[in-house]
Design a protein around this ligand. Structure first.
Ligand code: DGJ
Length: 535
């Protein structure tokens, strides 16, 4: 008698049930060091967030959001950064309303989107407009910042009752999210507050703040500075060194009697408050939490930008105040995109930007962020404004989605480079294994290309996969003394279900008669190159 390998189909049933209940056994979304980098792990696998942040008020109405989801989906987003406000979650003290949370989750799931929620609570852009009216009205229990001698409409981070109320509401929200999403994992991360900090003055001058400022710097902070001295952000280390690396003293004694001490004082206070909110939330449901930053210029005075916001030079102060915040993020609208990415991708801080420019700038920058800085994702602001299938960002997201598993794998091994080129940054060079690559703006029939972007991964010895637009690559031996390098062949192609489907063989003008690997300046492409060596 012939014995079937699978004699009874129903024997497969427990397997199917186990598979359908898979998420229940999967840990919640979390950050994990894999190889050389830290990645967001969702249901057991690294996840690349091709995301965008909604306008501030869009997600306050489910009806308003309804027609937006399909557009975001068409733009190629897999994750939507979605505001949620304290005022709508806890309109009356102790009475929570989760209608919006549940509705947004339902809509997101129907649209096959993941969510990053923004907890707009005590502060948003330095102000306190998202606190519920019962908080706003009670200035005794929830004290305000004093700036230039005036009480302003901003909650003071000195307020213990404010910290407790914000933390309690956030904990309730996280408990609810765990209840309704603990198996599905639609919610990937939470942003705590939004661009905190004092505007218009270097610090809070309320009585409580003045008293704390005249008192000792907490030992928790100086112990951290001492333990991490060599890896502190250089500007902070130099400031502390210049004032004698003191481990005791008032804020002005330890950090000098300037606006920088005020900024560090505010960073500690906002950091302490926000870390506490995060910790309370995580005790209910532990998923990654991050804060975002209104970037100040290097020479700007704190207060011109929110004083105490986690600028790169005070990120260590925030870290000293607690461990619930996993990521410090830039809201990266600045034109020197690369420089700011480097400032935030440092010393164990993964790069994620919840807000940045979209359209053509975003279409280019996303390649740098994911390819060069092992970004967890990318997220232009006001995403629904640009949601159309003609958008250049959509072209980037469509291309990157096809190679996302490879990008994630190569982020772990480090053999990936991303770049953005323009008239002021015409070329970059880097080594990958036995090859030195020079990537530069290409020349098309219409003349020199004005801008280009892309990424390159080393897929084998002398084999590379690239994606992007408008650049050319020439190869040299690494070290430079080895046999010459020639192009064996170049293929354009596509990925279907993870499998490479070759398209045209690119030769002649398309690879400069074997001299250079070229990428079309008019449309993004994915290309593979195989090199050979000769004496
Ligand atoms: C930065 C803020 O974080 C956003 O919420 C939004 O207000 C934008 N600025 C406006 O451009």
């Amino acid at each position: 008698m012939k014995i079937s390998r699978f004699p009874f189909p129903y024997l497969l049933l427990p397997v199917c049930l186990a598979v359908s209940g898979l998420n229940a056994q999967m840990p919640a979304p979390h950050l994990e060091k894999r190889g050389q980098t830290t990645q967001l792990i969702v249901d057991g696998a690294p996840f690349l967030m091709l995301s965008g942040e909604l306008h501030n008020s869009s997600s306050s109405s489910l009806a308003y959001m309804e027609p937006i989801w399909p557009k975001l989906n068409a733009l190629g987003l897999n994750t939507v950064v979605t505001p949620l406000s304290w005022e709508l979650i806890e309109p009356e003290e102790g009475h929570y309303d989760y209608t919006l949370v549940d509705g947004l989750l339902k809509q997101a799931r129907e649209a096959h989107e993941k969510i990053v929620f923004l907890w707009l609570a005590s502060w948003k852009n330095g102000m306190s407009s998202y606190a519920p009216p019962w908080v706003k009205k009670d200035t005794t229990r929830f004290p305000r910042v004093v700036a230039h001698g005036e009480v302003v409409e901003v909650l003071s981070p000195q307020g213990a009752a404010t910290e407790e109320a914000d933390s309690r509401a956030f904990a309730a929200l996280m408990r609810h999210i765990k209840e309704v999403d603990g198996n599905d994992h639609t919610v990937l991360m939470m942003q705590l507050e939004n661009e905190v900090g004092v505007l218009g003055d270097t610090r809070d001058h309320s009585d409580a703040a003045n008293k704390a400022f005249a008192g000792p710097v907490p030992a928790q902070l100086t112990a951290y500075l001492k333990a991490h001295h060599d890896t502190l952000y250089p500007r902070l280390r130099e400031l502390w060194d210049a004032n004698g690396d003191k481990t005791t003293g008032t804020w002005a004694e330890v950090f000098g009697d300037t606006a920088r001490a005020d900024e560090i004082f505010m960073a500690w206070n906002y950091g302490h408050f926000t870390q506490a909110v995060g910790a309370r939330g995580k005790s209910e449901y532990n998923i990654p939490m991050y804060v975002n930053t209104w970037l100040g210029g290097d020479d700007a005075t704190p207060g011109d930008y929110p004083s105490g916001c986690p600028e790169p030079w005070v990120m260590d102060i925030w870290r000293a105040a607690g461990t619930s915040i996993d990521i410090y993020s830039p809201d990266l609208y600045a034109t020197n995109f690369v420089e700011w990415c480097r400032r935030y991708h440092r010393d164990g801080n993964p790069l994620y930007m919840p807000e940045t420019r979209g359209e053509a700038a975003g279409a280019a920058n996303v390649y740098y962020a994911l390819g060069e800085e092992a970004g967890l994702g990318f997220s232009p602001f006001a995403i629904e404004r640009e949601a159309s299938d003609k958008d250049p960002l959509g072209e980037s997201y469509a291309t990157l989605a096809k190679i996302a598993p490879m990008i994630l794998a190569h982020q772990q091994t480090g053999d990936i480079h991303g770049f953005v080129l323009d008239r002021d940054h015409r070329s970059v060079e880097f080594a990958m294994g036995d090859y030195a690559l020079r990537v530069s703006l290409d020349n098309s029939f219409d003349g020199p290309t004005e801008s280009a972007f892309g990424l390159i991964m080393a897929t084998g010895n002398g084999e590379f996969l690239g994606a992007g637009k408008g650049f050319r690559v020439t190869f040299m031996p690494n070290p430079r003394t080895g046999p010459h390098v020639g192009i064996a062949y170049v293929e354009e192609g596509d990925f279907k279900d993870g499998k490479w489907i070759p398209g045209r063989r690119l030769n002649g003008d398309e690879d400069d008669q074997g001299e250079a690997w070229r990428f079309n300046p008019h449309a993004q492409s994915i290309e593979k190159i195989v090199l050979y060596r000769y004496e």
